[in-house]
Design a protein. Structure first.
Length: 213
């Protein structure tokens, strides 16, 4: 599939930072030359029209970006109002594989995407404009020794200790200026999480790699 063909396929959904894996149902975008579309997310615009994408999936990619706000602005630009952004990233307080990782440029916790929500922290940094998203769900992946603890104990550990949560997943909706606001209803978290899991399970390894991305 040639790069200039993808502009008409945006409604299929895109996989940002596909790495060594790809999702057959999505257009896979990565710096790697074997991706469907090869580009640098730190500086290259996504080759799709404004408001043309319903679904963006990104698994353990955003933490690697130097120009994170540029990439988020590009993702937001191409997404439709109400489009679904599904993200997996490392958790900020994991010391062994996150804070000391020389390839990680960004850190994330459960409040990270609140800075893109106009009802929460958007504008708190005195920014003039920026991408707008609203969180539908977040999910913690605790270290195994915490799995049997109560939710209250997990919360205390997460707030006060390092090396409690390994990674965190998010489901978000894109909000566009001038469109009616979208509130999260009771059914949306389960729907978004189900789609996240389905896409995660559908990842396949490129034939030129033996390791999972």
């Amino acid at each position: 599939m040639q790069r200039d063909q993808h502009a008409s396929l945006g409604d299929c959904g895109i996989n940002i930072g596909a790495g060594r894996t790809y999702i057959p149902s999505l257009i896979n975008i990565d710096f790697a030359p074997y991706a469907d579309i090869s580009l640098d997310l730190n500086k290259d615009r996504l080759p799709f029209e404004d408001n043309s994408i319903n679904l963006v999936f990104s698994y353990h990619t955003l933490e690697h970006l130097d120009n994170y706000l540029f990439a988020m602005a590009e993702i937001h630009r191409v997404m439709k109002h109400g489009g679904r952004l599904l993200v997996g990233v490392p958790y900020i307080t994991l010391t062994q594989y996150n804070l000391v990782n020389p390839y990680h440029r960004q850190n994330f916790n459960e409040y990270s995407f609140d800075f893109f929500d106009p009802k929460l922290l958007l504008g708190s940094a005195a920014e003039q404009a920026g991408p707008m998203f609203r969180k539908v769900f977040h999910r913690f992946h605790y270290l195994p020794e915490l799995n049997n603890k109560s939710e209250r104990r997990k919360e205390w550990c997460r707030r006060h200790l390092f090396n409690v949560v390994q990674k965190i997943d998010f489901g978000l909706i894109a909000l566009k200026q001038g469109w009616p606001d979208i509130e999260v209803d009771d059914a949306m978290p389960a729907q978004f999480l189900e789609e996240f899991e389905k896409l995660l399970r559908s990842r396949k390894k490129y034939s030129c790699h033996s390791a999972t991305g």
